[in-house]
Design a protein around this ligand. Structure first.
Ligand code: SAM
Length: 327
């Protein structure tokens, strides 16, 4: 089965091409062992089902299960909900979204990873078609209370229940985490909301740029440059760039870089290549980690380029293909 990832599929994704048919879309976020996704696929043979997961283990398990099953309307994709919702889906294109037992991330320092939070919910609402359904289930009362608060404060969503949540949802297939909660005697909390016709908030447009590329001259040789590498962190607004490590190859250096932007995190590599002309070098993206050429990636190229060029006063920039405000 072809491996699909939010980092390799086109942004936005052409779902009709990916499925081979243009049918309404249903999304499950964090499908785990996949029982619920398979159940949805059985219930909705006239829809296309997209499952999103960050766990490679769960993905492989479900990909293997799908090979044995006969569903032609299911695709499972590696990626975070935040990246996929923002970049892969177009406004008003989802007819159902299911979130079952999301990770709670209780520690304050991990709060930004929580799925149910204002920014992610606003993106999700933007992707729901009028009349679309949003279902959430959790076994953690604090998560239920926090979710109820932000769902009720979302004017584009109507609660389908006559209480903030229900204690059971008949007809549901039981998921692995739900089963565990029931076994351990914990209550579960089920939410059901419908998207109304009110306009969604506009989302910031996050563009992909041409691949960054710098050519420079330097009297230094590659090993001398590498010996002066120090890991560093740089924060600019909502973008963090961490230069993690440098590695020596043949006529090359590879720099490992982590870039965190509001809708995407990337761990990628930059290559520094010796050119045919003596003392000339090219800094470019390696294909490692399937980089998407976001503003943050250009920022990282600019930081690396500035550092390399700053290593010797006689260095000179010969070609600079970076977006203009990335320094
Ligand atoms: C607690 S488990 C629940 C699994 C399954 N839904 C169930 O009910 O048994 C949460 C799942 O969400 C996935 N997950 C966590 N954060 C995610 C994110 N930002 N985007 C997509 N999936 C995520 C995890 O890998 C994990 O499989």
């Amino acid at each position: 089965m072809q491996k699909l990832s939010s980092l390799t599929l086109p942004w936005p994704t052409n779902w009709a091409t990916l499925f081979g048919t243009d049918r309404p879309l249903i999304l499950e976020i964090g499908f785990g062992r996949g029982q619920f996704l398979f159940h949805l696929a059985q219930q909705h043979p006239d829809h296309n089902l997209v499952g999103l997961e960050v766990s490679n283990r769960c993905l492989t398990h479900v990909e293997n299960a799908l090979e044995r099953m006969e569903f032609e309307n299911v695709r499972v994709i590696h990626g975070t909900a935040e990246t996929a919702l923002h970049h892969m889906f177009q406004p008003a294109t989802l007819t159902q979204v299911h979130i079952n037992f999301p990770d709670p991330w209780f520690k304050t320092k991990h709060g930004h990873r929580r799925l149910m939070q204002r920014d992610t919910l606003d993106t999700l609402v933007n992707r729901l078609a009028p009349g679309a359904l949003l279902y959430l289930a959790t076994d953690i009362i604090e998560y239920a209370e926090m979710s109820s608060e932000i769902l009720q404060a979302t004017p584009q969503l109507e609660n389908l229940l006559d209480a903030p949540w229900a204690g059971s949802m008949p007809g549901r297939v039981t998921t692995k985490y739900e089963m565990k909660a029931i076994r351990e005697g914990r209550s579960c909390y089920y939410f059901a909301y419908r998207r109304n016709d009110r306009p969604a908030l506009p989302l910031p447009v996050i563009k992909e740029w041409d691949m960054p590329h710098i050519v420079f001259s330097s009297p230094l040789m590659l090993p001398e440059m590498l010996s002066r590498f120090q890991p560093s962190d740089s924060v600019d607004g909502e973008t963090r760039v961490s230069l993690i490590a440098g590695y020596q190859g043949e006529d090359t250096l590879l720099f490992e870089v982590f870039i965190k932007e509001p809708t995407i995190e990337q761990r990628i590599g930059f290559l520094l290549l010796a050119r045919d002309q003596p003392h000339q070098y090219t800094l470019q993206l390696s294909s490692l980690g399937h980089p998407r050429s976001t503003a943050g990636v250009h920022k990282a190229a600019s930081l690396l380029g500035d550092w390399l060029i700053g290593l010797h006063p006689d260095s000179q920039v010969l070609i600079n293909k970076l977006r203009e405000d990335s320094d």
